[in-house]
Design a protein around this ligand. Structure first.
Ligand code: GNR
Ligand code: NI
Length: 175
């Protein structure tokens, strides 16, 4: 199992575009396994390749283990080359956080429902229709693959405040 470390702002890799994978082979599956482990350990409900310093279009999610509920069975979702093929006109606001922007949260508005096509763990074409938290999460992860962070939707004032707070936490060795 690869032991990935999650990078945080202002690492420039978080601002870069990730590149499509050619196919889901064993190397990609090893990456997916390691990313899922890093996500559970964090803990978080999603993780994109940029966050572990890799620039391919791979993400993992699992909404079953929110709030450290170890009782629930894991239900991981693995995606390579995800693409949003439909988004609803209706919008949804939800408080988001990010493992790469530790301990900072903000209300973010996104399409309430999206349909995503992707390659699964076995390299098969698949689709996911997402609403609620899963919808916010998959859009948040695809944003990462495009070098976009949730703070990019905020005013520069709020964004800079958050970046300053993370810098301070780092200086105090509180991360
Ligand atoms: O753990 C996470 N929680 C979360 C909550 C609301 C919307 C998106 C997320 S994703 C985040 C983990 C993370 O940083 N993924 O990139
Ligand atoms: Ni994130």
């Amino acid at each position: 199992m690869i032991d990935y470390k999650i990078i945080t702002v202002p690492d420039p890799v978080l601002k870069q575009q990730a590149q499509p994978v050619n196919k889901v082979d064993d190397a990609i599956r090893v990456q997916m396994d390691g990313m899922l482990r890093a996500m559970y350990d964090a803990p978080g409900i999603g993780l994109a390749a940029n966050q572990v310093n890799l620039l391919n279009r791979v993400l993992v999610m699992d909404l079953s283990r929110r709030d450290d509920e170890v009782s629930e069975d894991p239900s991981p979702i693995y995606m390579a080359n995800p693409e949003i093929i439909y988004e609803s006109e209706e919008m949804s606001v939800m408080e988001e956080g990010c493992l790469s922007i530790p301990r900072q949260y903000a209300d973010i508005e996104r399409p309430a429902m999206v349909r995503v096509k992707y390659l699964d763990y076995n390299g098969n074409h698949s689709e996911l229709e997402a609403t609620g938290l899963l919808s916010h999460c998959v859009q948040h992860e695809i944003d990462h693959l495009n070098g976009v962070l949730f703070i990019d939707y905020l005013s520069s004032l709020k964004r800079n405040m958050i970046l300053k707070k993370v810098k301070k936490l780092k200086k105090q060795n509180l991360l």
